[in-house]
Design a protein around this ligand. Structure first.
Ligand SMILES: *Cc1c(COP(=O)(O)O)cnc(C)c1O
Length: 369
């Protein structure tokens, strides 16, 4: 028996498919392909679920970052803090609006942005904005970051691309009153489209018209250079129907994580702090090895034993990316995290039997270490 990293067959089961097919057929009959009723219904429901005042759908998660940077009036040459350990898109979006990414290190024990590093980096670089990332779905403690940013006039964009199901000290990701929060609905995320889609969540009313205008060629406002980043009606229908089960699925991920913690505490790898058990979305389940060599051989062993896994979340820090190698800032801990993590299957359809088999095989794979 093979245990793949993701399970689309059960996610897109018969019940879901028949609801979706009916909706898609209606969209075709109505010819309402852009910004249709599912867009508005999803935006309203998802905003409610995440305790945000507004939710606006856009083309994808990276666009959501770029549009947020523009809406906050980040200009070419402005410096924006990004974690030195994140998915490439976080830094890419900053470059794409002409701003300069400055790396902020992550914590040694948690792969999340370090407030101490942020303070040091800001004192040298005078950041205009910061993009904290809830990496792997782990919640960043946002109140201390908010306080520092408010005192220093730094705008906050939370990258919640992996954080559907994550709870910070404000509540569900999206509920921070001071930030714009972005989501990605790429097919492998917890809440996923069947193609590309993303969203921006926020409280500030003055942002709504601006973001709506930027995502749709500057329409509705004078003097805006926008772009096309509309979310099509098909994807909105997919997302709308998936909302029905998302809380159940995210709860199940937490249960799987709990079982993993019970069964994997003696492996030759580190698990993240147990304080995340109830608050992470468990978008990914990382095992941290001593170094890249150990992680690489562990990954090969797991593959041999039928356990889907990847070393690519995240194999390089931003400093180690060719196109970003000139970035300034701090990255020591990020470099030590990079390449030393192996992610194993965590999805809502793993049964207790599956978890038993997976964990036994994992421990067996490493009996040589
Ligand atoms: C997936 C992801 C993105 C980008 O989302 P896309 O929809 O692929 O553009 C941005 N940041 C993080 C942390 C992600 O995981």
């Amino acid at each position: 028996m093979q245990y793949p990293l993701y399970n689309f067959d059960q996610l897109h089961n018969q019940e879901f498919k028949s609801k979706l097919k009916e909706s898609i057929s209606k969209i075709i009959d109505d010819g309402s392909f852009i910004e249709g009723k599912f867009n508005f219904e999803f935006e309203e429901k998802f905003a409610q679920m995440q305790c945000a005042k507004h939710c606006l759908l856009v083309g994808n998660g990276t666009d959501a970052l770029e549009i947020s940077l523009k809406a906050l009036e980040i200009r070419p040459g402005d410096k924006v803090g990004v974690p030195a350990l994140t998915f490439y898109a976080t830094a890419e979006a900053v470059v794409n609006v002409g701003a300069i990414p400055v790396l902020v290190d992550v914590d040694n024990e948690e792969p999340l942005i370090s407030l101490e590093s942020l303070k040091r980096v800001h004192s040298i670089h005078n950041l205009k904005a910061i993009i904290p990332v809830h990496l792997y779905g782990l919640p960043i403690e946002m109140k201390p970051i908010n306080n520092f940013c408010l005192e220093n006039n730094i705008k906050i964009i939370e990258d919640g691309a992996q954080a559907s199901g994550t709870f910070t000290d404000f509540g569900p990701v999206g509920s921070n009153p001071e930030s714009l929060t972005i989501f990605s609905f790429y097919p492998t995320k917890n809440l996923s489209a069947m193609g590309d889609a993303g969203a921006i969540l926020f409280k500030d009313d003055s942002m709504a018209d601006k973001i709506k205008s930027i995502r749709n060629h500057g329409r509705g406002l004078e003097g805006v250079i926008g772009r096309n980043s509309r979310c099509d009606h098909f994807q909105a229908a997919v997302l709308f129907h998936k909302l029905e089960k998302i809380e159940e699925y995210n709860t199940r991920r937490k249960e799987v994580a709990l079982s993993y913690y019970e069964k994997l505490s003696n492996g030759p790898f580190k698990l993240l702090s147990e304080k995340f058990l109830k608050t992470s979305s468990w978008h990914l389940f990382p095992l941290r090895f001593k170094n890249h060599e150990e992680a690489k051989s562990a990954s090969a062993k797991l593959t041999e034993n039928g356990i889907g896994n990847t070393i690519n979340y995240y194999a390089k820090s931003m400093k180690q990316e060719t196109a970003l190698s000139n970035c300034e800032g701090e990255w020591t801990s990020a470099n030590s995290w990079a390449g030393s993590v192996v992610c194993i299957p965590i999805h809502p359809f793993l049964t207790e039997q599956d978890i038993n088999n997976i964990t036994l095989r994992i421990l067996d794979s490493f009996s040589h270490l």
